[in-house]
Design a protein around this ligand. Structure first.
Ligand code: GLN
Length: 543
């Protein structure tokens, strides 16, 4: 049976609980253990799929087509273990399951209550399908004291009693603020948040204290004493230069040792952190820089493009360069002098997005990249914009547009997808179906054209990548666009859905209908990101 580590947060949100969980998973892995990471989200949405990126940041899509919390992206990037539908649950999903059961009569006349029914559903989720891993790390979203979180804390408290002794560990992530006026670091917020946890019956075993400067021994002793935590289990979590330094840093602070000591594991192998050391070094000592412009709609919120940013960093690791990202709000390309913003960039990337607002700007950015021989990478909506641009300006289809853009009239070169194949199954959508969970989601195969740039980059003609889209380039335009110079170098195996376009007569111009950023890892950069950055690096050395 696996051991369970429950990760909770206190004091404030945004302390890097997800990263801490991912880093702990990575370090346990470096000691030779098998890990699995899960996220419990107390909000009422069934999944984050319908939430605005401004509210929630990126929606991370798994191979099996779940729309999940972005922390699952951290888990995958740090451990290399592909997350699944079963690794993220929300209050909304739990209540949906319970209400369905209640309507079916499964509760046999019982009054359905938070305890035991909701807590039972949460516990079943935590224990479900753990496989043969050594540790399951379960992160609870939000902060202790949030009203929505209570059933989750209660369920985990119950589990800690129901499982055998030493089978569970509570790790609480808190903040030690430095108060400039007093010239002191304050432990009181941590004491209060632990008090809050203890008031609901949970005694943390490990405290990970986030701080912007070193924690003194006396503060550490004080925290241990007031929070009833062993001093060696009060771990300092300092801000790191790069998120990829965090596994090394937390290991050096003794986080994994404290976890193993809690479980009474005395014969743990030493951690082999060579791959993290390599990544840390590559990031600290780059051989040059490249400037990438990302033209999107949610650029004020970096979390909205989390995986994308990381995949670019991975592309930098592969090419030993530092990546400078310039975030460009697509709206700004609609003015006259707009394109000046694109000068000096070594590569332009248009990421995924939804809706008409900002899309004309993305089309102009794609045109600029094509005409000025700047490497261009279009992802999902960014591919659709590249196709519309090519249709309008290369193939003479002047009113080319997407049927997603209801605001304008014209010819729908990109249209609503209503049918597609998953394995042997034919999936259908109504034009007006629910918004949640109804896109073409998750991993689908594609076949690449022999001799194409992408076939060369991937080193194979058969790929599988993760999707999240409702619209699709209409394959009926393939011949006209190809004749104009835009090649369709990847299609769904049945030849119906265009997956990749490229312009052979250009230094690097690729559009993909899927999200390669979701599968990129620091120790295994995605080939398309590595290729794009390589082209951008070449460009940067030309000027
Ligand atoms: N809005 C487009 C679609 O639904 C693109 C989606 C995306 O970029 N993820 O097809």
């Amino acid at each position: 049976m696996p051991r369970y580590i429950f990760i909770t947060g206190g004091v404030v949100s945004s302390l890097g609980k997800g990263l801490a969980s991912a880093a702990l998973g990575a370090v346990l892995q470096a000691r030779g253990y098998k890990v699995r990471l899960r996220k419990l989200d107390p909000y009422l949405n069934v999944d984050p799929g319908t939430m605005s990126p401004y509210q929630h940041g990126e929606v991370y899509v798994t191979d099996d087509g779940a729309e999940t919390d972005l922390d699952l992206g951290h888990y995958e990037r740090f451990t290399g273990v592909s997350a699944t539908q079963g690794d993220n649950i929300t209050t909304g999903r739990i209540y949906k399951n319970i209400i369905e059961k209640e309507r079916r009569g499964d509760y046999l006349g019982a009054t359905v209550q938070v305890i035991p029914h909701v807590t039972h559903e949460i516990k079943s989720f935590v224990l479900s399908d753990a496989g043969d891993v050594d540790f399951v790390l379960c992160e609870v979203g939000g902060t202790v004291g949030d009203i929505e979180g209570l059933p989750f804390f209660e369920a985990l408290r119950q589990l800690s009693q129901e499982l055998p002794p030493r089978q569970t560990c509570f790790m609480h992530v808190t903040l030690l603020p430095f108060i400039a006026a007093a010239g002191e670091m304050k432990t009181k917020p941590t004491q209060h948040s632990v008090k809050e946890l203890r008031s609901i019956g949970i005694q943390p075993d490990i405290l990970l204290c986030r701080a912007d400067r070193p924690i003194s021994d006396s503060d550490r002793a004080k925290i241990g004493r007031f929070c009833n935590v062993r001093e060696s289990a009060v771990i300092q979590g300092l801000d790191a230069k790069s998120i990829y330094d965090v596994p090394l840093a937390y290991h050096a602070e003794g986080l994994d040792s404290a976890v193993l000591a809690h479980f009474g594991i005395e014969d743990a192998p030493d951690a082999n952190l060579a791959r993290w050391e390599g990544i840390s070094k590559a990031l600290a000592e780059p051989d040059g820089e490249v400037n990438i412009g990302v033209v999107g709609k949610y650029t004020i919120l970096p979390d909205a493009y989390k995986s994308l940013t990381e995949a670019l960093v991975h592309g930098g690791i592969a090419n030993e360069v530092k990546i400078n990202i310039t975030w460009l709000e697509s709206d700004m390309f609609e003015g006259d002098d707009a394109l000046t913003h694109l000068e000096g960039l070594n590569g332009i990337l248009v990421p995924g997005g939804f809706g008409y607002r900002g899309s004309e700007g993305k089309i102009r950015a794609a045109q600029f990249a094509r005409e000025h021989n700047v490497p261009y990478f279009g992802i999902c909506l960014g591919m659709q914009m590249a196709v519309i641009e090519a249709a309008r300006n290369m193939a003479g289809i002047e009113t080319a547009k997407s049927s997603e853009f209801e605001e304008i009239d014209g010819e729908n070169v990109v249209g609503l997808m209503t049918e597609w194949t998953r394995g042997n199954e034919r999936l259908k959508r109504e034009g007006k179906s629910d918004l949640g969970g109804t896109m073409r989601l998750g991993a689908y195969p594609a076949t690449l054209t022999e001799g194409s740039l992408v076939a060369q980059i991937y080193g194979t003609r058969n790929i599988e990548e993760r999707h999240r889209h409702r619209y699709e380039v209409n394959v009926d335009y393939k011949d006209r666009l190809e004749a104009a110079g835009l090649k369709f170098s990847g299609l769904s195996p049945d030849g119906v859905l265009p997956e990749i376009v490229e312009i052979p007569d250009h230094p690097w111009y690729v559009g993909v209908q899927y999200h390669p950023e979701l599968k990129s890892r620091p120790f295994k950069p995605h080939p398309l990101f590595a290729g794009f950055i390589k082209a951008a690096k070449t460009q940067s050395r030309l000027v």
